[in-house]
Design a protein around this ligand. Structure first.
Ligand code: HEM
Length: 244
């Protein structure tokens, strides 16, 4: 059997932490850990989003509560941005390294399979990134639909941001709702693949529990897509916010 050609080694700095970070396993571990952090955020975000089914008061109160804790919100934003940056840098640098060291010959089939999987990850990953940029411009910054972002509701003490009305106004537009639905499908595919590679990278290898964890991850990824995707569908159908 022909031996697999060794992968070219990366330059190793003398500082141990830097040396770990520049190694393949170090980068894979960083990608796995930051991926888990982003996964955790998406689960928490879904829990907040589902408050929309309880009506305007529940969602708007939750949004107002978050707004009243700017230190916590900014710490979370900085953490998320850091995790996203490391996740992107790690993935892209590993992909570039894999490309430059692609084995040939009898390993071709395996290479095609793994390339397809990493291509799917890159495609879905960039689609999610584009979606998040659009989503922030839409709901957080209010650039794409300033009229939706400007909606306020009256309270006993004044007015507050009407997040419920903003989301309903956004999803009543079929193009906007479709962008969100497609993004949720991409997210489910990305997370399903991601869970399997994370389990492998972190070296969790048990005959019974590893397949269970992988299946559990895929189930959570699908539930996330169904939970988030149900919101634009419910608005379009008039189940949330009534018929326009
Ligand atoms: C139907 C699905 C979703 C809905 C209804 C939704 C709703 C919202 C709303 C209303 C805000 C802004 C709240 C405000 O500023 O007052 C927000 C912020 C955000 N959403 Fe979503 N979201 C959805 C899906 C997602 C997904 C799938 C991701 C990530 C992949 C995501 C990532 C974010 C981020 C990063 C923020 C900014 C948080 C911050 O202000 O620091 N959202 N979302």
């Amino acid at each position: 059997m022909k031996a697999t050609p060794p992968l070219p080694s990366l330059p190793r700095p003398s500082v141990p932490l830097l040396s770990y970070v520049t190694s393949t396993i170090g980068r894979k571990t960083l990608v796995a850990i930051t991926g888990l952090m982003l996964f955790g955020f998406v689960i928490m975000h879904l829990a907040g989003n589902l408050l929309i089914y309880q009506g305007p008061a529940a969602l708007n109160e939750y949004a107002a509560f978050l707004k009243s804790k700017p230190a916590v919100v900014w710490a979370g934003r900085i953490g998320l941005l850091g995790a996203l940056s490391v996740h992107l840098w790690g993935t892209l640098s590993l992909a570039a390294r894999n490309r430059s060291a692609r084995p040939v010959g009898y390993r071709m089939r395996r290479t095609i399979v793994s390339t397809l999987s990493s291509r799917t990850m890159v495609l879905t990953g960039f689609t999610i990134l584009a979606f998040v940029v659009y989503h922030l411009l839409h709901f957080t910054v209010g650039v794409t639909h300033p009229d939706h972002h400007a909606l306020v509701e009256a309270t006993a003490t004044g007015t507050r941001h009407d997040v419920f009305a903003m989301v309903v106004a956004g999803f009543r537009e079929p193009v906007v709702a479709s962008i969100y639905i497609v993004a949720q499908v991409m997210l489910a595919v990305h997370l399903s693949h991601g869970v399997a590679s994370t389990v492998q990278t972190l070296g969790f290898n048990h005959p019974t529990f590893t397949p269970l964890v992988k299946r559990g991850g895929i189930t959570v990824a699908v539930l996330l897509a169904l939970g988030n995707g149900s919101i634009p569908i419910a608005v379009l159908a008039g189940w949330i916010g009534g018929n326009a």
